[in-house]
Design a protein around this ligand. Structure first.
Ligand code: ATP
Ligand code: MG
Ligand code: MG
Ligand code: MG
Length: 484
């Protein structure tokens, strides 16, 4: 079943059950100062859950575009984490609660394909509930789930929040057993690659604050009503229904991966097993490229442009990671003009604006790649020499001075310095680097003050970039401009 069809069926099922169909919010989370990007379907509904605004409908359904940058290191290495993904979700604002949400979910996933459902084999489905949630266990049993496939889990997995202050609550999740080719028996507690989490039903009933981690936060009190917020990963459901090993192989992503493989002359999958843990590093890189190119397309599509701070910096990092990954596979030329149109063709059936606005999107994307390739050319030579010198002197750490110089003078990103050094078996003197960054910031502030009193100094531009991107430099204007 195509991803677009899964989306259509999800919306249709909940619309038939009295839910208003609500469009996705744009990716930038403009209403919440604590959040750069929308990371779940419920984000646009937060004011309704908190009782700050009256909801226009008691029930809603949406397919929300999401970005989760904290998952970036998992991309390609697990079967299920994208930096961009789509979350199908149904919501009840003080209307139905657990006894409504659980049967609605069960019905959709187990109903036959001929009847408009997803036709999952009920024997392969597991449910988890929050530790003391006997009520949810009872309801699952009534729908037909055997007790031995209902598992209690703690806060880390079964208590959901956005990761910032706001609505939260215990949750119940659905997992699909992909079979012994993917890992050992025993349920989601044993192996989260074999047992694939695909749907989270959140029983949204508290407001939390002081969020220190997934398990540490303070409960402010109960929300004005008991709500339902669910999230089903569209790509994860597609990977199940399309019978592929991971989300990067579904119809909306695989063509980008194949294009990257063709460019680099790699045969994807030739040296990997089915389980994510049995993946060849080249295959992991191809997945990273496919994921990141798609994410870049979606972000620029929603108005984000590469820059040195905030959302633009996240985009820049993702684009640079894609470009570097394909270079590591042997493709030295420009990659985005080859890959971005493929991603557009995968995504534009669901998001026609991507095709309509492709001139604007590709102009930003290609300019960013050109700038980065220029930065790489100058920075890599310097870094390689520094690494060789460090090694021949018997050192295990690249100096903080060198890392800072690369960052400050050449606009060579610190994360790249760390990555390349690590590939060569070297650490980087992080402390030294950070000390120099702090000094630079202090200087920048003093300079700014001096400037106000008439002592003009261009270095006032320094320090704009505290998180590791390019900083304007006074001596190598060409290089640093190119790196932007
Ligand atoms: P995981 O434990 O696999 O990281 P999660 O528990 O963090 O997932 P939730 O916050 O419960 O995920 O989000 C709801 C649903 O969204 C998940 O059940 C999954 O189907 C989907 N999802 C979450 N993160 C991603 C991601 N990075 N890429 C693709 N789908 C995702
Ligand atoms: Mg997660
Ligand atoms: Mg989880
Ligand atoms: Mg979850």
């Amino acid at each position: 079943m195509k991803t677009a069809e899964i989306k259509r069926r999800y919306l249709a099922h909940f619309e038939a059950n009295g839910h208003a169909v609500v469009p996705s919010a744009p990716l930038p989370a403009i209403d919440d100062p604590n959040l750069l990007f929308v990371n779940a379907g419920m984000v646009q509904f937060v004011p309704y859950f908190l009782g700050q605004r009256q909801q226009p409908w008691p029930r809603a359904v949406s397919v929300q575009k999401c970005i989760r940058t904290p998952d970036i290191d998992e991309v390609g290495k697990t079967s299920r984490h994208g930096t961009f993904f789509q979350m199908n979700g149904n919501f009840s604002f003080g209307d139905y609660f657990k006894a409504g949400a659980i049967p609605l979910a069960w019905d959709l996933i187990t109903k036959s394909v001929a009847d408009g459902g997803f036709g999952l084999d009920a024997d392969r489905i597991w449910a988890t509930v929050y530790l003391d949630d006997d009520e949810a266990i009872e309801i699952w049993k009534q729908t037909g789930m055997p007790a031995e496939r209902i598992v209690r889990r703690g806060k880390k997995d079964n208590y959901w929040s956005m990761g910032i202050p706001g609505p939260a609550g215990p949750c119940s999740e659905l997992y699909y057993d992909r079979g012994p080719a993917y890992g050992p028996d025993g349920g989601p507690e044993v192996d989260e690659d074999r047992y694939l989490e695909f749907w989270n039903l959140v029983f949204m009933q508290y407001e939390i604050t002081n969020v220190r981690s997934k398990e540490e936060f303070d409960i402010v009190g109960e929300l004005p009503a008991k709500n339902i917020d669910t999230g089903m990963g569209l790509e994860r459901m597609a990977s199940i229904l399309q019978g592929v090993d991971n989300m990067y192989e579904i119809d909306e992503i695989r063509p980008v991966l194949d294009k990257a493989a063709a460019l680099t002359g790699k045969t994807y999958g030739a040296n990997s097993g089915h389980a994510a843990s049995e993946s060849h590093p080249d295959d992991v890189r191809l997945r990273v490229i496919a994921d990141h190119v798609r994410t870049s397309l979606m972000l620029i599509g929603d108005g984000v442009t590469p820059s040195n701070e905030g959302r633009g910096y996240v985009l820049r990092r993702i684009m640079r990671r894609a470009i570097r990954s394909i270079r590591l596979l042997g493709w030295q030329d420009k990659a985005l003009p080859e890959l971005l149109p493929v991603a557009r063709d995968c995504m534009s059936p669901s998001y026609p604006e991507l095709a309509e606005e492709f001139d604007r999107i590709s102009t930003y994307a290609y300019a960013e790649e050109d700038a980065f390739l220029a930065t790489l050319r100058s920075g890599t030579t310097i870094l390689d020499t520094a690494i060789a010198e460090t090694k021949s002197a018997g050192g295990a750490k690249l100096s903080g001075d060198k890392a800072f110089q690369l960052h400050d003078t050449y606009g060579f990103p610190i994360d790249l310095t760390l990555e390349i050094a690590a590939e060569q078996g070297l650490a980087v003197d992080d402390e030294g680097f950070r000390r120099l960054m702090t000094e630079q910031r202090t200087r920048a502030k003093e300079d700014a003050r001096a400037r106000k009193t008439g002592h003009t100094d261009v270095s006032a531009y320094r320090g704009v970039l505290e998180d590791g991107g390019a900083v304007e430099f006074t001596g190598y204007a060409e290089t640093s401009r190119e790196s932007r």
